[in-house]
Design a protein around this ligand. Structure first.
Ligand SMILES: NC(=O)c1ccc[n+]([C@@H]2O[C@H](COP(=O)([O-])OP(=O)(O)OC[C@H]3O[C@@H](n4cnc5c(N)ncnc54)[C@H](O)[C@@H]3O)[C@@H](O)[C@H]2O)c1
Length: 304
């Protein structure tokens, strides 16, 4: 096989956590050779020995993909030169001032850029605010590689919709949005993802895709907060919130049931962090963060 055709059947997934590992395995299952990249050597060693560190992913799945020659893991970013596409799934936490911290994305961009080859596709999956892909990530990739996005390499944003607590949820079956820096970038990203994901939802830009993901997270956050507040109010009035929700959800339009719970914890707490829209949308951030404050003032109250 020529060097070019080898690159055409191989991708890299950067960040082998709750998002990156299942995605890697889904691409591998679909016949693509996947190189998993992570800065954590303990995770990389575990994976290369066929050991899973994520509860809902069986070690046998990883072993099977390794044996089939479809999956391996490494900490060596120089190997980005071997692949046709790089998908970034690194964390996007909040800083101590509750501002979105995209430093993991930028650091990953710098590491990739040194080895980026012409015509490679770079896709960001990490949840973030609009403008991260086409402004911040693009800048570090272009400076580090000397290549130009949209001309020398392809750039896109495709937000993850992982549902880790749901055993019925499979990466391949969840429709996934996608926005490109240029129409050609979008086309290239959709061509890649359609090898592993059944339904793609193309939108007009990276920013539209980033904003779509935020809308989904904000919608969930606001509704969880609302139902938790109503639980308290209705309890004080002697009304059973569960009875009310069960009755309300028979409405066939304009209502979606959310249930009382401990609020956004674990994976969900990452979602709430990700709804901070950042410096490009301060008005929206103010509106959303008041919702966050409402819940973070009572983190220990059990809502069941
Ligand atoms: N977990 C979910 O359910 C979920 C759902 C939708 C979106 N997201 C978003 O996806 C992104 C990733 O989330 P996650 O839950 O997979 O995080 P995670 O913490 O489980 O995994 C992130 C991985 O990235 C690695 N990493 C960190 N910096 C790196 C770097 N510079 N280079 C290479 N690897 C690096 C870490 O070692 C870790 O293995 C976040 O933006 C998150 O908001 C998560």
């Amino acid at each position: 096989m020529s060097e070019t055709s080898e690159r055409k059947s191989k991708i890299a997934v950067v960040g082998l956590g709750y998002v990156g590992l299942p995605l890697s395995l889904q691409f591998a299952r679909s016949g693509v050779t996947v190189l998993g990249l992570d800065i954590d050597p303990v995770k990389v060693d575990a994976l290369n020995q066929g050991r899973s560190y994520i509860r809902h992913i069986g070690s046998e799945t990883i072993t099977g993909m390794i044996r089939a020659g479809r999956f391996s893991a490494t900490t060596d970013f120089a190997r980005v030169a071997e692949v046709e596409a790089v998908i970034i799934c690194v964390p996007t936490p909040l800083s101590k001032n509750r501002d979105p911290d995209i430093s993991f994305i930028l650091e990953t961009g710098r590491r990739i850029a040194r080895h980026l080859q012409k015509d490679t596709l770079v896709v960001l999956e990490s949840t973030t605010y609009p403008g991260t892909t086409d402004e911040d990530l693009r800048e570090v990739l272009e400076i580090g590689s000397g290549l130009v996005a949209g001309r020398d390499f392809y750039l896109a944003f495709s937000p993850e919709r992982e549902d880790p607590g749901n055993p019925e949820s499979k990466v391949a079956n969840i429709p996934q949005g996608c926005g490109g820096y240029t129409p050609a970038c979008l086309e290239r990203a959709c061509a890649l993802y359609s090898r592993a994901i059944r339904t793609l939802v193309p939108v007009s830009s990276c920013r539209a895709a980033e904003a779509t993901k935020l809308l989904e997270n904000i919608f969930r956050s606001v509704n969880i907060a609302l139902v938790n507040e109503l639980k308290l109010v209705y309890s004080a009035m002697g009304i059973d919130i569960w009875e009310v929700i069960n009755a309300a959800k028979t409405k066939p339009f304009g209502f979606m049931a959310f249930y009382p719970g401990p609020g956004l914890v674990g994976t969900a707490s990452r979602l709430i962090r990700s709804i901070s829209l950042g410096r490009r949308a301060n008005t929206a951030r103010t509106c959303v963060s008041s919702n966050w404050r409402a819940r973070s003032t009572r983190p220990c109250r059990c809502m069941w």
